[in-house]
Design a protein around this ligand. Structure first.
Ligand code: BGC
Ligand code: BGC
Length: 670
């Protein structure tokens, strides 16, 4: 199959099919939705490239390409997971990159010391240069450093993106990304699969917390800040120097518009794709992002890994992206006709590096055969290899030496360094959103008798969410060396001021406390494991609500601290609490919450609330319209309970009227 030929042919087939469809059945709006995706690249923003083409670098790429064997070229296009490849394998299979997935670590031990990561990076590096005929371009190692260098126990871990969205502080976000880059460098890795620039519009999606906001404007501002923080500023000596790593805005394109289904279908129009979903890329590419990850999701019924129009014509053409497109974890396997170990279609469409965690060996063999037979065009092969090598040379991979010899490598004191932890604590304080504050219950006095209750009160995992040490985020407290649980933070502040703080998850007490702080919310999840059918918090298990009610019945004023990866329908819990804080997923430094909840010992307010909702808060468990336009639009006729941008301070009257607790009958199709 001549793939260069098949594209127009495929397009023609679609046209015929849609004409037939229109003739056969009445042409309704629904039919139009079924029609094959139409893309008009000219309507997309033409972006100013971050880096001018460097003729010397391009000449080097020419000469490298001229010396490479087909084996070496194919190797550059395949990425294996460290759970399935050893350094020695690189001596026989010249793969261009590796990753550690959310559950992969040296010796398969998620508590492996940072020095083991660095040592393993050295071994992969050395083996990649040892491969027969090596051209001196080593392997790249990518990792999901999505809220700090979060696979490394002891590294600084920040609030998840949803909380950063509440902070409305691009400079803070840039500094967080710079710290993340530095800590990744300590362990010898080169590449962060971040930021997620999804504009999530249906909070039922299990990845809502990876999204900064439903607002494309906020995502746009943050995307530039994160990319600059991770990579440094293009055109300066800091760009991709020893303190920086490659960034990866993901997942291109439309992952936030799939009706709440992970890896689902985005049915939006091309215009919505452009105006909502593309916002982050519009900023990340001019900021110099060198890699982009393709999305598992579909647009108008077609998987993005196979979308030539969007990956090649729009991203690489119109937007001028000259870095590499990496596929998602076996994402290519979801294309029609593809398997994890064979997939020319993804390469044809514009994916340059196939993430083939476990099937890399067979994929390498099959791809090589497809190159030899001409099924994969030589021009496309060379284009993909050129992009991979361009990124590697821009990252100075050829000259910066073995991972452990680089400037910050092995400086383990930087992992969780005091100034990094303080930045995380600042981020926690800025990310909290106060939804209700009856009779100015908050700020609390630290001199009082405080009961801390709820099963989230003393759990680092619960306050951190997924992508924390492991994929789904299940680590016990002792595996977080620098962490402070929310209870521990409260105890620190209260005990220092002479008050008392008692922990009882169930809310038991002997002496009636002056106030109770109840910490509850979602349990950790990542990706599809976090998809839910409605926005109702914890349907079927109302023990948190019962706890709030018991305390209230005992005449104890109640502050609810809600941990969640998304806004949820919590009307009953809001009613049952005097004050209600949306704390999102603050991470291991969640103890910093206490610095906001309490006055200083001398009575001052040291930190007020400043977080503003990054997502509108639902009035009912019903999801928004599937094509909801974000920005707080919500359901027609159903305004959000708290709009995008809502968030009280201590000056505000925090009165919230009693809210209906019955879920309204689901709207048709709900
Ligand atoms: C996720 C990506 C992630 C990759 C590597 C995929 O399942 O969708 O966001 O970067 O795995 O862990
Ligand atoms: C990996 C993740 C990956 C996921 C994809 C997990 O086993 O650890 O990195 O995103 O699989 O399904």
């Amino acid at each position: 199959m001549g793939t260069m030929m098949s594209r127009p042919a495929r397009g023609a087939a679609y046209c015929v099919a849609s004409v037939l469809a229109m003739l056969a059945v009445r042409a309704t709006a629904a039919d139009a939705m079924q029609a094959p995706p139409q893309v008009h690249p000219k309507l997309w923003p033409k972006l100013r490239p971050a880096l001018a083409r460097d003729p010397a670098l391009e000449a080097r790429l020419d000469s490298l390409l001229a010396r490479m064997t087909p084996e070496q070229k194919v190797g550059q296009l395949i990425q294996a997971d460290i759970g399935s490849i050893t350094p020695d394998d690189l001596r026989h299979y010249p793969l261009g990159s590796i990753l550690n997935g959310g559950n992969s670590s040296p010796r398969d031990d998620k508590l492996a010391a940072p020095s083991e990561w660095l040592h393993l990076a050295d071994r992969f590096y050395a083996a990649s240069l040892d491969a027969p005929g090596s051209l001196g371009i080593p392997v790249l190692w990518g990792t999901d450093a999505v809220h700090g260098h979060n696979n490394i126990p002891g590294a600084t871990i920040f609030p998840h993106n949803i909380g950063l969205g509440a902070a409305r502080d691009p400079e803070l976000i840039r500094r967080i990304a710079a710290v993340t880059a530095l800590e990744v460098r300590v362990t010898g890795l080169d590449w962060a699969f971040s930021p997620t620039v999804a504009v999530a519009r249906d909070a039922r999606w299990g990845r809502t917390y990876e999204s900064y906001s439903e607002s494309p404007d906020l995502v746009r501002r943050y995307a530039a800040a994160v990319v600059t923080g991770l990579q440094g500023k293009p055109g300066t000596p800091q760009f991709l120097d020893a303190a920086h790593v490659l960034a990866t805005p993901k997942h291109f394109l439309g992952d936030g518009g799939t009706g709440g289904r992970d890896q689902g279908n985005n049915p939006g129009s091309e215009r919505q794709l452009r105006e909502l979903d593309a916002a982050g890329y519009e900023a990340a590419i001019p900021a110099g992002a060198q890699t982009v990850m393709a999305s598992y999701s579909s647009w108008q019924g077609r998987k993005m890994h196979g979308n030539y129009e969007l990956l090649t014509r729009v991203l690489k053409g119109r937007m001028g992206f000259d870095g590499l497109v990496v596929g998602d974890w076996n994402g290519h396997a979801q294309l029609p006709g593809c398997t994890p170990v064979r997939c020319a279609a993804a390469l044809d469409a514009g994916v340059d590096v196939l993430m083939a965690p476990d099937g890399w060996r067979e994929l390498y063999v099959n791809t090589l055969a497809q190159v030899r037979s001409g099924e994969i065009a030589a021009t496309r092969l060379d284009d993909a290899v050129r992009r991979v090598l361009r990124v590697k040379l821009r990252a100075h991979l050829d000259t910066e030496g073995a991972p452990s010899t680089r400037r910050y490598a092995g400086r383990y004191a930087l992992l969780g360094a005091p100034q990094h932890l303080e930045l995380a604590r600042q981020a926690v304080r800025e990310s909290l959103v106060l939804l209700k504050n009856r009779d100015h219950l908050l700020p609390l006095s630290p001199h009082e008798r405080v009961l801390v209750a709820g099963d989230g009160a003393d759990s680092i995992a619960r306050q951190s969410g997924g992508w924390t040490i492991d994929w789904q985020g299940t680590e016990p407290n002792q595996d977080f060396p620098h962490a402070e649980s929310i209870f521990a933070g409260i105890a620190r502040v209260v005990r220092a001021a002479g008050g008392t703080a008692e922990l009882s998850a169930a809310g038991d007490f002997h002496t009636r406390p002056d106030v109770a702080i109840v910490v509850f919310g979602e349990s950790p999840y990542a990706e599809y494991a976090g998809d839910v059918p409605t926005l109702e918090y914890s349907p079927g298990d109302k023990h948190d609500l019962a706890l709030l009610g018991r305390l209230r019945a005992a005449d104890v004023p109640v502050v609810a601290v809600f941990l969640s990866g998304r806004p949820l329908w919590v009307n009953a819990e809001l009613n049952a609490a005097d004050s209600f804080v949306a704390a999102w997923l603050p991470g291991p430094q969640g103890g910093a919450l206490a610095d906001v909840l309490f006055r200083a010992a001398d009575g001052r307010v040291a930190y007020d609330f400043r977080g503003k909702l990054p997502f509108s808060w639902p009035r009912s468990p019903r999801p928004p319209r599937p094509d909801g336009a974000g920005g707080g639009a919500g359901l027609p006729g159903e305004a959000p309970l708290f709009p995008f941008g809502y968030g009280l301070t201590y000056q505000d009257v925090g009165y919230v009227p009693r809210l209906p607790e019955e879920a309204a009958a689901p709207a048709g199709g709900g």
